[in-house]
Design a protein around this ligand. Structure first.
Ligand code: AMP
Ligand code: MG
Length: 330
């Protein structure tokens, strides 16, 4: 059911769950301080209980009282990147009112979304809003209100329509629990180059910024679960010859890959966009991934490619890899 802002606020205050627009993907919002609301989020998504939720705040001053320590560089990052597509993992004090949302972690991932309707909801509700992506666990994240309605419409109290999401990919998650090091736990639109530039401008030259190594993957409990998958089995292939001859199938690929070769008539390309326009690829990525379900095939393919080393390129490659990681060949 589509709801207006006023109704969304009322439902949230009644400890119910409402899908909210953000600039990254739609979030399934509930009061971060309410056990009842958080239980409804986990139930609606079928989300594993050990996977914590990102909490959404109005501004930095709203975050401060909910976290125990913030590193010296944090306010510079917030000033540069928030509101925006970055979540900051920070230490949580014992006995925190946010405990229902963090699945027994001693940290909380905090974000200030850059979406006026969403910020107005947070302002009117007055407490942080926990909001994981508004999809059934493991499935594609929704980037428009109709996508949410189609997946979770019958499970939740309402959907607030804020139009299509501008970024289309989930936030970059930064581990800000250490004074001298920032680890990128999930790649997103903002990456090491952007962060290092801000740190240098603000005189924080000794702080290192790195992508999480494999050994650090468990810091994000959600990493162990499958993500972003359409209902159709999606297989990653390095070359079209890996697809059984004559099989009718759709193949996800860039504009460049599509024009670089001739196509057997049995294969239908789904063009994700150009490698030279990554914001466009990101914005439409989940809609394209989901579109493979519109075809009557049991298997779809992703033609693996290098989306480059920019933050967005790495984020796009990361999501496509995770969407197609379970290769089950017939
Ligand atoms: P989503 O559920 O789609 O919003 O994705 C949120 C991701 O952030 C999941 O993979 C979570 O495991 C991760 N996450 C949320 N809170 C924390 C935290 N405190 N520490 C580490 N990872 C977190
Ligand atoms: Mg998600």
């Amino acid at each position: 059911m589509m709801v207006e802002l006023e109704q969304a606020v009322r439902l949230l205050l009644e400890e119910r769950v409402v899908a909210l627009p953000t600039e990254t993907v739609y979030g399934l919002g509930g009061l971060a301080t309410s056990k009842a609301a958080i239980a409804k989020i986990y139930a609606a998504k079928g989300r594993p209980q050990d996977n914590p939720l990102i909490c959404h705040f109005l501004n930095a001053a709203h975050i401060q009282p909910y976290v125990s320590i913030v590193p010296g560089y944090w306010s510079s990052l917030v000033h540069a990147f928030s509101p925006g597509p970055v979540s900051y993992r920070l230490p949580l004090p014992e006995g925190s009112p946010l405990q229902p949302a963090v699945a027994s972690q001693s940290t909380v991932a905090c974000r200030i979304p850059d979406q006026p309707l969403c910020l107005e909801v947070i302002r009117q509700v007055g407490v942080p809003i926990a909001a994981p992506s508004a999809n059934t666990s493991g499935k594609v994240s929704p980037t428009s209100a109709p996508m949410v309605e189609q997946d979770l419409g019958s499970e939740i109290a309402g959907v607030l329509d804020g139009g299509p999401c501008i970024y289309g990919l989930e936030s970059t998650i930064l581990d800000c629990c250490q004074e001298d090091n920032i680890t990128i736990l999930r790649p997103g639109a903002i990456g090491p180059d952007e962060i290092t530039e801000v740190l240098a401008q603000q005189g924080f030259r000794k702080i290192t910024v790195n992508y999480a190594k494999n050994s650090q993957r468990s810091v994000v409990p959600g990493n162990k679960y499958r993500h972003y998958a359409p209902d159709t089995q999606l297989c990653a292939v390095k070359d079209l010859t890996e697809i059984p001859k004559g099989l009718h199938a759709v193949v996800l690929m860039s504009q460049e890959q599509a024009t670089a070769r001739s196509w057997p008539t049995s294969l239908q390309p789904v063009i994700l966009g150009s490698r030279h326009d990554l914001p466009h690829v990101a914005q439409h990525l989940y809609r394209h991934i989901k579109s493979v379900d519109e075809h009557d095939n049991t298997t779809a393919y992703y033609l693996i490619e290098d989306w480059g080393n920019s933050s967005l390129g790495r984020a796009i490659g990361n999501r496509l890899r995770r969407a197609s990681q379970e290769k089950r060949r017939e």
